[in-house]
Design a protein around this ligand. Sequence first.
Ligand SMILES: C[S@@+](CC[C@H](N)C(=O)[O-])C[C@H]1O[C@@H](n2cnc3c(N)ncnc32)[C@H](O)[C@@H]1O
Length: 346
Amino acid sequence: MRDAQIRLRILGSFSSEGSELQVQPASTENVKSTIGQDKKNQIGLLSATGVVNHWTRVFEKRGIPEAQESSEYIVAHVLGAKTFQSLKPVLWTQPLTPQQLQCIQELCSRRLQRMPVQYILGEWDFQGLSLKMAPPVFIPRPETEELVEWVLEEIAQRSYVVKGQHGPLILEVGCGSGAISLSLLSQLPESQVIAVDKKEAAISLTCENVQRLQLQDRIRIILLDVTLEGSCTHLLPWGPVDLIVSNPPYIFHQDMEQLAPEIRSYEDPVALDGGEEGLDIITHILTLAPKLLKNSGSIFLEVDPRHPELVRSWLQSQPDLYLNLVAVRRDFCGRPRFLHIQRSGP
Ligand SMILES: C[S@@+](CC[C@H](N)C(=O)[O-])C[C@H]1O[C@@H](n2cnc3c(N)ncnc32)[C@H](O)[C@@H]1O
C-alpha cells in the first residue's frame, strides 16, 4: 500500500495545482454515449480494464491529477479490492454489472469535482492499518509514516519500565483521523496514548478508527485546543508523558492559497494553516512541553523544510524551556521535515 500511496503524491504533498479548473460532473448520458460509440469494443469497454481506460481519458481531458491511479482505485474499490493490480486477473476483462457501472460513475463524478480519492473511497491505509476517512478531517500523508517510523526506532532504543508501566506514555497533539496514535498503539503493545484535537470531527473520526481497530483499552481521546490558556491542566492528570508527537498545522499562511484544489476545497484549513511563519501551533506545543514531559522526554514533530532553522533559533530565544533540537531528519524527497527535540532541564 505504501507504494500505491506514494504514487498519489498530489494528495500527499502540499503542492499547487496552478489555475483552478471549471469542472462539470460527467453525466450518465456522456458515459453511456461514449460506451455506446463503438459496438465492436463494447465488451472491452464494459470490462474493468475498459472502464479504467475510459475514466483515465476523461480525467486526463479534464486535467484531473493522477488520472490513471484515480480511475484504478475507484474501479478496484467498487470491485471489492484495494488496488487494481490486486484484483484477480479474470475480473479485469469480465463485463461489469449495471450497478457496478453506476457506482463507478458516481464515484468518478466526485473525482471530477476534485474530491481526494481517500475521501471518495472512505478509507485509506496508514502504516498497514485501514482507517476510515471523512471530510474535512485531514488525510494522513505518506511522509507522516516516516515520522512514525522514527518514533518507533527511538522507542526501541530506550527502556520504559517505570512503576509498573512497561511501555511509553505518548501524547499526540492534533490526532486528526488517529493515524499516528493508532499506528503507534498497534506497533507498541505496551504503550498508552493520549490523543487530543481541537476539532470535534477529528475526535469523532479518531474514536471510530479506535473502535474499528479495537484499540480502545490503551487510548484516551480528548477534545482540546492546546492554544487555550489552561489547556495543560486537562492533560496533567494523565501525565507526565515520555513522548509528545505531532504533525501540527505548519503551512505558512501565505502558501495556503497555492494549495491544490483537492486540499483547499475539502480539508479543514485548521489542520493546515500554521500562521504567518507556520509556527503558531508548533510554538504552543513547545511551550507546553516542559510541563507535560518527563525529564529527558522527547518531542517529535513533522514540519515544513524551512522550519528546522526557525525552530532552532526560536528555542535558543527560550532558554527557560530547557528544550534542545537534537536531530533533524529528511523525508523520502530529501527535504528536512522531522524534528527530534529533547527536554534537558529541571
Ligand atoms: C496536519 S493535521 C494532522 C492529523 C493527523 N495527526 C495526521 O497526521 O494525519 C493537524 C491536526 O491538528 C489539529 N489542530 C489544529 N490546531 C489545534 C489546536 N490548537 N489544538 C489541538 N489540535 C489542533 C487539527 O484539527 C488537525 O486534526
